[in-house]
Design a protein around this ligand. Structure first.
Ligand code: OAD
Length: 241
């Protein structure tokens, strides 16, 4: 009953002012894409230092690619879930008032028909040459050659943000502007531990947004929340429409 009344309160506020949804790996959990830090999280079984840094890639590109090729296979087999679909529906109803910012690299928001997604951590379906910088889409599952090579002969890497790397500047600027002008800032399925992305919650809060957290577990961002919705994205988000 308490969750229901919070859902009603948030739903009413979605009608007034700009809405920002800020998502993390938890929104894809119900699509069977593992999160990073949960009980079965990817970083519980694999070390980020050996797979998600530029240093690791330069020292063993094939090993790093084997892991990302496996992850691409998992994501390819996944389908958007009701949480992704609900966000696409909210955007469809109020396109000019809605911004979706994601830390996810899986592309499931786009497959659920979300548009103009701000991708803070890049996209696992795009590859970038470490020699000439050329970037393009690649949907191959599984890849024929590891590591894949560019036309120039250079090695291609996933166009994602690894630990120690900068976020894409234009995406970050869009994200900060959206956070500053949000009336409602929905924080969905993120542990809110990875900066600078997690800093958007404070930026939104200090700019006067009402922060709503959708997560079955506590996070450090909870202290900034006006509304806490303890539950899964696939359950809660469709009820906000
Ligand atoms: P985490 O794995 O750190 O956190 C996932 C969050 O989702 C946790 O707080 C869970 O409680 C929550 N969660 C789990 N199932 C859920 C569900 N069904 N509905 C809603 N929430 C659920 O993932 P992120 O916060 O996204 O970086 O991690 C941030 C970044 O760290 C990622 O973008 C990734 C990683 O290293 C890159 O890929 C560059």
């Amino acid at each position: 009953m308490r969750v229901e009344s919070t859902i009603n309160a948030v739903r009413q506020r979605l009608c007034a002012g700009n809405i920002v949804a800020f998502t993390g790996a938890g929104i894809s959990a119900e699509s069977h894409v593992p999160t990073f830090r949960g009980t079965d999280g990817l970083w519980r079984n694999y070390s980020p230092e050996s797979l998600a840094t530029a240093e690791a890639f330069l020292s063993d590109p094939r090993l790093v690619w084997e892991w990302y090729d496996w992850l691409r296979g998992l994501i390819h087999a996944a389908e958007p879930n009701p949480g992704h679909l609900a966000l696409a529906e909210i955007q469809k109803r109020s396109p000019e008032r809605f911004t979706l910012i994601t830390q996810n690299i899986d592309g499931l928001h786009q497959r659920a028909a979300s548009r103009d997604v701000v991708k803070l951590h890049g996209d696992i379906w795009r590859l970038r040459c470490i020699t000439c910088g050329r970037e393009g889409r690649n949907d191959q599952v599984h890849m024929k050659h590891l590591p894949p090579l560019c036309r120039c002969g250079g090695t291609l890497r996933p166009a994602i943000v690894w630990f120690g790397e900068m976020l894409p500047e234009d995406e970050w600027i869009r994200a900060v502007k959206a956070a500053q002008s949000a009336k409602i800032f929905l924080v969905i399925g993120t542990s809110a531990l990875v900066y600078p992305a997690a800093g958007l919650v404070r930026i939104a809060h200090e700019s006067g947004s009402q922060v709503v957290i959708v997560n079955p577990d506590p996070t450090p961002a909870d202290e900034l929340a006006r509304w806490l919705l303890r539950g899964t994205a696939g359950d809660i988000l469709p009820r906000l429409i």
